[in-house]
Ligand binder design. Structure first.
Ligand SMILES: CC(=O)N[C@H]1[C@@H](OP(=O)(O)OP(=O)(O)OC[C@H]2O[C@@H](n3ccc(=O)[nH]c3=O)[C@H](O)[C@@H]2O)O[C@H](CO)[C@@H](O)[C@@H]1O
Length: 370
């Protein structure tokens, strides 16, 4: 799409706070810029820290917003004022900029832009990464023109129809989509253990002991890569060493796409991006949802892969070394079953999530024109 700057449609993205909201927002921003749109990002000071990852052409606007869910009495009491201030600024901004579409990716910093777009009746949509709507998306689901779902199925309020777009994944993950899977066998095998972006203590408590309890035929061939919190590194490393198991233990693997593609089995939390990465590359997994996640959304995130026989779910309360060892053996001791899980995971993936989001954004402008 050529044209003078002012002729090009403007996409206003509203997203807040954490990587979970900002990474899919960034993927959409990059794709829309490539299609000749202008893009503006509305976020708060916390979100602005992630804005460095966005292309330089994206204008970043910091808004005033607040949550009622955290903070002391005074902070909560002032929340309505902070939100009202943000909404007024957003109304003025949208009257001036006339965005063609406003897209919210969740998080309370997305409130002002979505509220202003609702008042001004601008084309608007939300993207929810998890299988349960976050608090802000819950409020706006009934007030937007489209609800894009990263996870399928997503629990939606009555009367709301969602579109399954999927969650955008990194280019390095996409490059390995469908990379051939080597089923487990009588040769070196890789087990990858990941606990979201922070690492998960419960996996550090249970996985080393579970690996030690595996039948000797499997254990002797196993190489483990285990992401652990910084404070757990030493004890996890020692636990594997004591059991005579070869393991790399790191606080964060920067080469997860490669490690996923080389894994015979993944043991993981079911954060939205982890599930999307596992599915796009197509690997069997054992998922342990974070029980304290809002609305138990990690259980919902795992549902599609579990029902599609691509993953095994172990709730936190049922996770112990014996139970985990039994499930690991069920995959690593049965190449045919492992291969089928890998195939099912890939079949359920949405490697074209960004394209689907782009289509939805453009369909909104067309709907408004016609
Ligand atoms: C604890 C918590 O509330 N987590 C939430 C947070 O996810 P959180 O950011 O913890 O986890 P996600 O699974 O969404 O993303 C983790 C990402 O980090 C990658 N990775 C992981 C380990 C590693 O060593 N290297 C690496 O690159 C994974 O492959 C994945 O791409 O936001 C998500 C999206 O709203 C939610 O679904 C999660 O429930």
């Amino acid at each position: 799409m050529a044209g003078r700057r002012a002729d090009r449609p403007l996409l206003l993205i509203a997203a807040g706070g954490t990587g979970g909201h900002m990474f899919p927002a960034q993927a959409l921003a990059e794709a829309m810029l490539a299609r000749g749109w202008r893009v503006k990002l509305s976020t708060d000071a916390r979100g602005a820290r992630y804005a460095g990852g966005f292309p330089r052409e994206v204008r970043v606007e910091q808004v005033s917003s607040a949550t009622f869910a955290r903070g002391g009495l005074l902070v909560r009491a002032l929340a309505p004022l902070r939100i009202a201030g943000g909404v007024i600024a957003a109304l003025i901004g949208q009257l001036r900029d006339r965005p063609a579409v406003v897209v919210g990716f969740g998080g309370y910093p997305s409130i002002p832009a979505l509220a202003a777009a609702t008042v001004l009746r601008r084309p608007r949509m939300i993207h929810e990464q998890n299988g349960v709507l976050g608090r802000v998306n819950q409020v706006f689901a009934l007030r937007v023109d489209a609800v894009a779902c990263g996870t399928w199925p997503t629990a939606l309020p009555e009367g709301v129809t969602g579109t399954h777009t999927g969650n955008p994944v990194r280019a390095a993950v996409l490059e390995r989509s469908g990379a051939g899977y080597i089923p487990p066998g009588d040769y070196p095998m890789s087990l990858l253990v990941i606990g979201g972006s922070q690492g998960a203590r419960i996996l550090s408590d249970v996985v080393p002991e579970a690996v030690a309890a595996l039948p000797e035929t499997i254990r002797a061939q196993l190489r483990v890569a285990h992401q652990a919190r910084a404070e757990d590194l030493d004890r996890v490393t020692a636990a594997y060493a004591t059991a005579g198991i070869r393991a790399e233990v790191e606080p964060f693997f920067t080469d997860i796409p490669r490690r996923l593609s080389e894994a015979q089995l993944v043991v993981s939390r079911s954060g939205a991006s982890s599930v999307a990465d596992i599915s796009v590359i197509g690997r069997p997994s054992i998922l342990v949802p974070f029980a304290a996640a809002t609305g138990d959304h990690q259980t919902a995130n795992a549902r599609g892969l579990v029902e599609g026989e691509a993953a095994i779910l172990i709730p936190e309360e049922a996770l112990d070394p014996r139970a985990l060892a039994a499930q690991m053996a069920a995959v690593l001791g049965h190449p045919g079953a492992a291969q089928a899980m890998a195939r099912n995971a890939l079949a359920l993936s949405r490697p074209d999530a960004t394209d689907r989001l782009v289509e939805l954004v453009e369909s909104l402008t067309e709907r408004v024109r016609s």
